[in-house]
Design a protein around this ligand. Structure first.
Ligand SMILES: *[C@@H]1O[C@H](CO)[C@@H](O)[C@H](O)[C@H]1NC(C)=O
Ligand SMILES: *[C@@H]1O[C@H](CO)[C@@H](O)[C@H](O)[C@H]1NC(C)=O
Ligand SMILES: *[C@@H]1O[C@H](CO)[C@@H](O)[C@H](O)[C@H]1NC(C)=O
Ligand SMILES: *[C@@H]1O[C@H](CO)[C@@H](O)[C@H](O)[C@H]1NC(C)=O
Ligand SMILES: CC(=O)N[C@H]1CO[C@H](CO)[C@@H](O)[C@@H]1O
Length: 460
């Protein structure tokens, strides 16, 4: 566009008489002395070399084009300028956060560490938007004001008295919610009603939503899990649970009255599994359902349930389950519990199936297996598994950033399927991945971080 305008102006310029002097013709330049002695120079230009009529048209067209282009370029330039400012603001924020996080306060450091990650992610989102600027200026506008608001909030955060951690954490949480909402708006993850199985299974999985480093603030607590009760008792609908250790030995679990308390690291209650009895577990594929922890019991090897209401545990040996076959990422993951719209499940492998994954439905009242299904996948090649609407989904690792649901088994039709539904990991290593039928989200304990995903189902 610019090139065309420049050449038009050159054309107009030449028509104005910027012809080289030597082309004028020497015979048509004459000199004489006037009446009062002044010097007179006469130049005769041939009419035919000066197309005055065409010049007018060119000039009008050129002016109009120039005006159009000017408006367009102004618009584009101001948008670009806004983006450049925005991006440099974000970069500035990021580097300031780096300074803050290198400070002496460990708690602040961790909070800002995560915020920095999210802002970086957001920054790349805006950069992506910048390239598709032409078609999405209204989205851009709202995003722009959203980021502006967030930048302001972070500025305020930084100016707070550092000792006022509560206020900072609360603001931090609000900010995360905003980021999450903003990200959700970018992508549609609305589904059929909660509890409904009138859909065709998983279509796609959102980007990871990173909530926080675990409540023990320990980067070495890699073995654990977090999530919500899949069948909460009345009054505990907003409860979250969390447990993690630096090994696969399970000895306690914390519960939090709501998300805010989880983020604030203020447990409502902590249950110890090793007091007068040794009720400890092994592995980390446990879940909470009906205020009860379902987990792999350590001694004897069996499925355990610790009722947090009665604070007692019972166990049941799973017929022919082997403790030789774990998932790929970690040892001791022999029994994996899952809950979906239809109830409670456990997956394991047996010597009879030569390590292939077996899926069992648990009769919750009897705490015993009511039915089992044999799949065609070798348990040690799987990284994790979960259930949705009676269908087993098994994952495997693609690379350090990508995980893939590669296999499904439908317990109703006894049909299996090799599929490829890829999703992004926050970090390479994870040990706990489960679906929660109460909010249709996936919960992952990813290298010590609380991570969750939204799911988009296929329409039926
Ligand atoms: C960020 O911006 C502020 C104010 O505009 C400036 O004083 C500061 O030096 C910048 N910081 C960095 C790390 O660029
Ligand atoms: C913007 O879109 C219009 C129409 O789709 C197109 O003609 C124009 O070349 C685009 N401009 C840029 C800078 O991509
Ligand atoms: C940004 O903040 C202002 C003032 O608090 C508010 O009116 C506006 O709705 C916010 N914009 C967005 C996109 O959140
Ligand atoms: C847990 O214990 C309470 C109190 O004894 C009981 O009402 C409840 O049914 C138990 N829950 C499970 C899942 O066993
Ligand atoms: C030498 C020369 O170029 N003379 C020209 C001057 O202008 C007249 C009319 O414009 C022409 O007829 C001459 O040939």
């Amino acid at each position: 566009m610019m090139h065309r305008i420049i050449s038009l102006l050159l054309l107009a310029g030449s028509a104005y008489g910027w012809l080289p002097v030597e082309q004028w013709g020497s015979g048509n330049v004459t000199g004489s002395v006037g009446e009062s002695g002044q010097c007179i120079c006469n130049v005769f230009l041939p009419d035919t070399t000066f197309p005055a009529d065409r010049m007018d048209i060119v000039q009008i067209t050129s002016n109009k084009l120039s005006a159009d282009v000017e408006v367009y370029i102004k618009k584009l330039t101001s948008m670009k300028a806004e983006l450049v400012i925005l991006l440099s603001e974000l970069t500035n924020l990021t580097s300031r956060l780096e300074i803050v996080e290198s400070g002496p306060d460990k708690y602040i450091k961790l909070e800002f560490d995560l915020l920095r990650v999210e802002l970086r992610e957001f920054e790349s989102l805006v950069t992506h938007l910048k390239t598709s600027l032409n078609s999405s200026s209204s989205i851009f506008d709202s995003l722009y004001s959203e980021i502006r608001n967030m930048s302001l909030t972070v500025d305020q955060l930084e100016s707070y008295d550092r000792s006022n951690l509560e206020v900072i954490r609360l603001e931090f949480m609000k900010l995360q919610k905003k980021l999450e909402k903003c990200r959700d708006e970018q992508d549609d993850f609305s589904n059929a009603a909660i509890g409904s199985c009138k859909h065709g299974g998983i279509l796609r999985i959102s980007k990871p939503v990173v909530s926080q480093l675990n409540a023990d603030l320990s980067g070495s607590y890699l073995y654990g899990g977090w999530g919500k009760d899949s069948s909460p008792v009345s009054g505990y609908e907003n409860m979250y649970w969390y447990s993690a250790f630096s090994s696969t030995l399970l000895s306690r679990i914390h519960v939090y009255s709501d998300y805010y308390k989880l983020i604030m690291r203020q447990p409502m209650k902590t249950y110890e599994l090793y007091t007068s009895h040794d009720w400890r577990g092994l592995g980390n594929n446990y879940i909470v359902r009906g205020n009860t922890l379902y987990y792999q019991y350590r001694e004897p090897f069996s499925m355990g349930k610790y009722n947090m209401t009665s604070q007692t545990a019972v166990y049941r040996v799973v017929p022919s389950a082997s403790n030789r076959f774990s998932y790929q990422y970690s040892d001791s993951q022999n029994l994996d519990f899952a809950a979906d719209e239809s109830g409670l499940w456990v997956t394991y492998a047996t010597e009879v199936t030569k390590g292939k994954l077996v899926l069992g439905k648990i009769d919750e009242a009897a705490f015993a297996l009511s039915e089992v299904w044999e799949t065609n996948i070798f348990k040690q090649s799987v990284t994790n598994a979960f259930m949705i609407c009676g269908i087993l989904y098994a994952t495997r690792s693609v690379d350090t950033q990508t995980e893939e649901i590669f296999y499904t088994y439908n317990t109703r039709t006894r049909q299996d399927n090799y599929v490829s539904i890829k999703f992004e990991k926050f970090q390479d290593f994870y040990v706990n991945l489960d679906y929660n039928p109460r909010d249709q989200k996936l919960y992952m304990f990813n290298n010590g971080y609380y991570v969750s995903y939204n799911i988009k189902f296929k329409s039926d």
